[in-house]
Ligand binder design. Sequence first.
Ligand code: AMP
Ligand code: ZN
Length: 449
Amino acid sequence: MAIKVYNTLTRKKEAFKPINLGRIGWYNCGPTVYNYIHIGNARNVVCFDIIRRYFEYSGYEVKFAQNYTDIDDKMINRARELGISVPELADKFIRQYEKDAAMLNVRLPTVSPRATYHIKQIIGQIKKIQEKGYAYETEDGVYFDVSKFRKYGKLSGQNIDELKKGARVDINEKKKDPLDFALWKKEKPNEPSWDSPWGKGRPGWHIECSAMNTTYLGDTFDIHSGGKDLIFPHHENEIAQAESATGKKYVKYWLHNAFLNINREKMSKSLGNFMTADEALKRFDPRAIRFFFLETHYRSEIDFSEENITTAKHSLERIDNFVFANKDAAENPKVRKIVDKYKKGFIKAMDDDFETPNAVAAIFEMIKEVNKIGTGKEAYDFLVEIDSVLGVLKKEEGKINEDIENLIEERENARKSRDFRKADNIRDELKSKGIILEDTDKGVRWKRV
Ligand code: AMP
Ligand code: ZN
């Protein structure tokens, strides 16, 4: 059965079909690196890490790109406050982000482009937009002319007139229409700037994403994600920019996570109601934070409280105890049967737009049934296997994957030294563990049957 994903663009769950068989190009809007990320931002990062890992578990190769916004008003103001340069500020908070992500057991992206390292590509895309008649220049910048892009509003499901009513008018910008947005901002005194065909200046926020992701993933790619606050205007503007520049469809599936709230209000820096990920990771068990996110579907809102994290920690402890009890257990055919049933349940839940709460429920049902009849190594193996997606078990449980990798390496070495019998024996041994090897032009890959 195919994986189904809820696509914001069509407002339905759709069977996922990548553009290139077996491969996925994915872009997630990353942090503006002017400060610590908060636990709401962390939700975005963890949810999409789990989904990315599930695609990989299902056999896809995922190229995951996530940007660092390292130039905008917030960056400039904060650097000034701290008395450091904008690049110094960016370096500091990129390091901090990487540390938080590692603590949350989030894999780093395949590529992490920084806006200021891609000014050439950004200017290139603005030029194309302008050549095709979708942009105009004023005394303070280059703007996208929204009235020229007929499909504007297709992601947020609103037409231009409706959007106009709600648009914020920024009196500081010299543009024709409130919905128009800056592609290039001309230089202001004491601000970082780069040369361009429109004089010195810096890119607008929206253009950095569409210029960088099309550079790394191509004009059309599979998945674009972010928090739902980005649907309008950010993602709407990205579509307008990319599709007017390339004349092609930009993204196939748009995925958006719901907010993490605190006292029923969206956690955000501007409201001041936030807890940084750094602080949360010091106060709570990082595994419990990840598990807390998992217990709620990524498109449902979630309430952050100390109590909720503590509850998540207790649930996780039940899994920990079960892992401990079954780790060195003997094989047990009855347990195998139970595991087979709940593995199907896990996959069914995850295939259905990544229903992690149901996947977690399947795990607890499995634990309950196994506990009734005793123990079994198979149950432990199953939990370790799906932990390549969930990433919540204690670190040493990753050892099984390591053992598999070691065996694969041994087989490779045997083949190189033309010891084909040994290589075949290792292949058979892995097969008996449910591991299938595939020789590809990029080397050997493995998957579970
Ligand atoms: P920002 O730095 O505010 O642009 O946010 C970075 C990412 O986190 C974006 O994808 C946002 O949509 C997402 N985000 C921001 N606040 C929240 C929140 N309270 N809950 C969930 N995601 C959020
Ligand atoms: Zn973006």
